[in-house]
Design a binder for this molecule. Structure first.
Ligand code: TTP
Ligand code: MG
Length: 360
C-alpha cells in the first residue's frame, strides 16, 4: 500500500491579478492590461494579461518598458485586498477536497490526493472537476498539473498555460522533464541556470545525466538533490499550514447570567460550534480554553491541555466545564463566556501518513 505512487496536484491561477481586475470590469476582457506601479514613479509590472504578454510584457519588468512594448495597454494599480479575497475563495474550494493543501503563494497550491483515491486516474478526474469549478464558481482560469510528486506537478501546471491540465503519469516523470530547459525545474533560478549553462547543461535531461560528484562539486550538498529532481524524483511531503492558530466562540449575553445551568447550556452550544469548525477544517485542538467576563468587565481566561487532541464537542465541553467550575465565583453575574480550541494539529489518525513521508 505504501508503494502506491502518490497523486499530487498543483494549481496556479492564470495572470491572477489581471484576471481579477478583468472579472471586476468585464470591459477589459481580451485587452492588454498591466497591473503594477505607475511608470512615472518607476513602477514595475506585477503581472500582465495574456493579451499584454503577446507584446512581450512580463512580471517584474519596469512599467515604462512594458508601455513601450504595448503603448495601448491599460495600467491599473495593485489591489492586494481584493486579490486576497479571490485567493481565499479558491483556496476554500481546494480545502473542500482535502485538508492536505499547501498554499505556496497567493495564487498557487499543492494538494495531496493519494489517500483518497483508489486508482491513480481518479486524481485526473478530480483535477478536471476542480478546474471547471474554479472557472464556473469564481470565474478564474487556472492551470493544473497532476503527477506523482510536487516537483513534477509544479512543472506540469506551468507546461500548458493558460488553462492547461497536464498529467504526468507515474513512471513518465523523467521523460516529461528531459526536453525542458533546466530553468523549468522548480528551484533552478537564473543564477543556477547560468552556472549550468557554463557547464554545457541546458535541458533538464542533461542535468539528470550529470554524475553525482560533478553536481556535488558545483552545487555543494544540494547538488545531488538537484540531480534527483531532474530525474523526476522528489519525496518532499505536502506541508500543511493552518491559517488559524485557534478556533473559538464567545457570546456576550443580552442579560448577565448568574446561575450555572444557563452558563452550561451556553457552553455546550459554543462547544458544538467549535467542534463543528474543527471538523470542517480537519484539525484537532490540543488545548481548550475558556474566557469569562463578569458584569464589571473583569475578564479571565483559563486553559488546559487535553490528554489527546480532540475535535469532539463533548470533550471540548467537558474540559470547558471543568475550567468554568474552577474559575467562576458562584453567583457572580457573567456578561460574556467564550470557549476555544488552541494548538491546532493534524488529527492523530493522519500521523502515519507524515511518518511515512518524513521517513522516506
Ligand atoms: P504568478 O502565478 O507568477 O503569475 P500570474 O498568475 O500573473 O501569471 P501565470 O498565468 O503565468 O501564472 O504570480 C501570481 C501573482 O503574483 C501575479 O498575478 C502578480 C503577483 N506577482 C508580482 O506581484 N510580482 C511578480 O514578479 C510575480 C511573478 C507575480
Ligand atoms: Mg499564476
Amino acid at each position: 500500500m505504501n508503494d502506491r505512487p502518490r497523486a499530487v496536484l498543483h494549481l496556479d491561477l492564470d495572470a491572477f491579478f489581471a484576471a481579477v481586475e478583468i472579472l471586476e470590469n468585464p470591459a477589459l476582457a481580451g485587452k492588454p492590461v498591466l497591473i503594477g506601479g505607475r511608470p512615472q514613479q518607476r513602477g514595475v509590472v506585477a503581472t500582465a494579461s495574456y493579451a499584454a504578454r503577446a507584446f512581450g510584457c512580463r512580471s517584474a519588468m519596469p512599467m515604462a518598458q512594458a508601455l513601450k512594448l504595448c503603448p495601448e495597454a491599460i495600467v491599473l494599480p495593485v489591489r492586494h485586498a481584493l486579490y486576497r479575497q479571490y485567493s481565499r475563495r479558491v483556496m476554500a474550494l481546494l480545502h473542500a477536497l482535502t485538508h492536505l493543501v499547501e498554499q505556496v503563494s497567493i495564487d498557487e497550491a499543492f494538494l495531496e490526493l493519494t489517500e483518497q483515491i483508489a486508482a491513480w486516474q481518479e486524481a485526473v478526474e478530480i483535477a478536471r472537476r476542480l478546474q471547471q469549478q474554479v472557472q464556473e464558481e469564481i470565474g478564474l482560469s487556472a492551470s493544473l498539473g497532476v503527477a506523482s510528486n510536487k516537483q513534477v506537478a509544479k512543472v506540469a501546471s506551468d507546461f500548458d498555460k493558460p488553462g492547461g491540465l497536464t498529467v504526468v503519469r507515474p513512471g513518465e516523470e523523467a521523460i516529461f522533464l528531459a526536453e525542458l530547459p533546466a530553468r523549468a525545474l522548480w528551484g533552478v533560478g537564473p543564477v543556477t541556470a547560468q552556472r549550468l549553462a557554463g557547464m554545457g547543461v541546458h535541458t533538464v535531461g542533461e542535468l539528470a545525466n550529470l554524475p553525482e560528484a560533478t553536481l556535488r562539486a558545483a552545487f555543494g550538498r544540494h547538488g545531488p538533490d538537484l540531480g534527483r529532481r531532474a530525474r523526476g524524483i522528489d519525496e518532499s511531503p505536502i506541508v500543511v499550514e493552518h491559517q488559524r492558530k485557534s478556533i473559538s466562540q464567545e457570546r456576550t449575553f443580552d442579560r448577565d447570567i448568574a446561575e450555572l445551568r444557563p452558563l452550561k447550556q451556553q457552553l455546550w452550544r459554543m462547544s458544538q460550534a467549535v467542534a463543528g469548525d474543527l471538523q470542517r477544517r480537519q484539525v484537532a485542538g490540543g488545548v481548550v480554553a475558556i474566557k469569562l467576563r463578569y458584569s464589571d468587565f473583569t475578564t479571565l481566561t483559563r486553559q488546559m491541555t487535553l490528554p489527546v487532541p480532540s475535535d469532539d464537542a463533548i470533550e471540548i465541553y467537558r474540559a470547558g466545564l471543568t475550567l468554568l467550575e474552577r474559575a467562576w465565583e458562584t453567583g457572580r453575574p457573567v456578561r460574556l463566556l467564550g470557549v476555544g480550541a488552541h494548538q491546532l494539529m493534524e488529527p492523530t489518525r493522519q500521523l502515519s501518513l507524515f511518518d511515512h513521508a518524513a521517513g522516506d
